[in-house]
Write a protein that binds this ligand. Structure first.
Ligand code: 5GP
Ligand code: ZN
Length: 120
């Protein structure tokens, strides 16, 4: 499995940094964001390291499907599958990506407002 020695999320996958796990499979891990920006804020990551979604291609179709399947499972486990939720991934500087290990945010448990902060 691809890992990056200086990657925070690879360290979480390796158990070197504690996390509040919500859901786990052989290939993905879902855990609570340390700075929640909504009542429910869970990060879903592939266990194998890739920097961003932009690196993923058709070869990674299974991995992408597993990520989104896990996001749906997290929503069910958190009880927000009926009320609704948002799945987002920040890619690069304009999106404010902080951790360069692919992840999607699952946000919900409240009305989330518009999808982006707007222009300018
Ligand atoms: P990004 O901005 O890269 O899309 O999101 C990275 C997310 O990781 C942020 O929402 C941030 O709060 C979260 N985060 C950063 N460090 C940690 C950590 O050590 N543990 C957990 N659970 N979340 C973290
Ligand atoms: Zn990593």
């Amino acid at each position: 499995m691809a890992t990056a020695s200086d990657c925070l999320f690879c360290k979480i996958v390796a158990g070197e940094i504690p996390n509040d796990t919500v859901h786990e499979t052989d290939t993905v891990l879902a855990f609570r964001d340390i700075t929640p920006r909504a009542n429910v804020h869970v990060l879903v990551i592939p266990k194998a390291h890739q920097d961003t979604l932009a690196q993923m291609s058709a070869e990674d179709a299974d991995s992408v499907a597993e990520l989104f399947t896990a996001a749906g499972e997290v929503a069910r486990l958190e009880g927000i599958d009926e009320s609704g939720y948002r799945v987002v991934s920040n890619v690069g500087p304009d999106a404010g990506q902080e951790v360069f290990h692919v992840h999607v945010h699952v946000l919900g448990g409240q009305n989330l407002g518009p999808v982006a902060a707007g222009r300018g």
